[in-house]
Write a protein that binds this ligand. Structure first.
Ligand SMILES: C[S@@+](CC[C@H](N)C(=O)[O-])C[C@H]1O[C@@H](n2cnc3c(N)ncnc32)[C@H](O)[C@@H]1O
Length: 211
């Protein structure tokens, strides 16, 4: 039974790969992405970011809350290359207080973005997400929430930026599985909320489209 499921999953992936027009470009981009440390479940999640940016309309605005050293940022930004799409990376850049400790991470972030050759596609905003939301004006095509993983903070980030996301725009959450109870609780809530539809997951990444 187990081997049939494994075979079916491999066959499904084979078809997904054959039908993905961005696959070869992603493989080339991944060589750069993989030089940046971070927390993603690789390489599926990086591929989702890359494709989401690729498939977004010309001029798309991508907002990321929680960039850390830039692994998700450069995954989006490499998918923006050659277009007028742009990534706004919001972070306090003070470290994660977890695996990588505290410190000033902005220069490392910028170095990583520069090494990947995507400076012109990325604007970093060193501030608290809710402060940024107060003066935000650009309509958003893709919002990625990966800042504080506390329930109240995830919910606050969602509601602060939700009004700025375009209809049919994507809102994605990282860490909807595993030990992240706050994110899991809000992700379960948001699926019943009527704010989003057409939900999908890629490992611990969950996303939906604004109604
Ligand atoms: C899990 S890390 C992000 C990982 C990153 N997306 C990656 O690809 O590796 C979370 C980041 O969110 C930042 N952060 C947490 N709360 C924040 C807030 N309210 N506003 C801005 N940044 C925040 C932290 O500084 C940390 O760098």
């Amino acid at each position: 039974m187990h081997s049939i499921r494994k075979f079916t999953e491999r066959a499904r992936r084979w078809w997904v790969d054959r039908l993905d027009p961005n696959l070869e470009d992603f493989k080339a981009a991944y060589i750069q992405i993989d030089q940046v440390s971070g927390y993603l479940k690789s390489p599926m999640q990086e591929r989702w970011f890359f494709n989401a940016a690729r498939n977004a309309p010309e001029g798309a605005v991508i907002v990321e809350i929680g960039s850390f050293l830039g692994r998700s940022t450069v995954s989006f930004a490499l998918g923006c290359k050659g277009t007028s799409k742009h990534v706004y990376a919001i972070d306090l850049f003070e470290g994660d207080g977890d695996m990588y400790g505290q410190g000033d991470f902005q220069q490392q972030f910028r170095g990583n973005v520069r090494r990947c050759g995507v400076e012109s596609y990325v604007t970093d905003i060193r501030s608290h997400s809710l402060t940024v939301a107060q003066s935000w004006t650009r309509p958003i095509d893709i919002l990625f929430i990966d800042g504080s993983h506390e329930y109240e903070d995830v919910k606050a980030d969602f509601h602060a930026f939700y009004p700025h996301v375009k209809r049919n725009g994507i809102i994605a959450f990282h860490d909807i599985k595993g030990k992240w109870d706050g994110v899991i609780r809000y992700w379960n809530e948001v699926q019943r909320s009527g704010y989003l539809s057409r939900f999908g997951t890629v490992s611990s990444l969950g996303f939906g489209y604004k109604i």
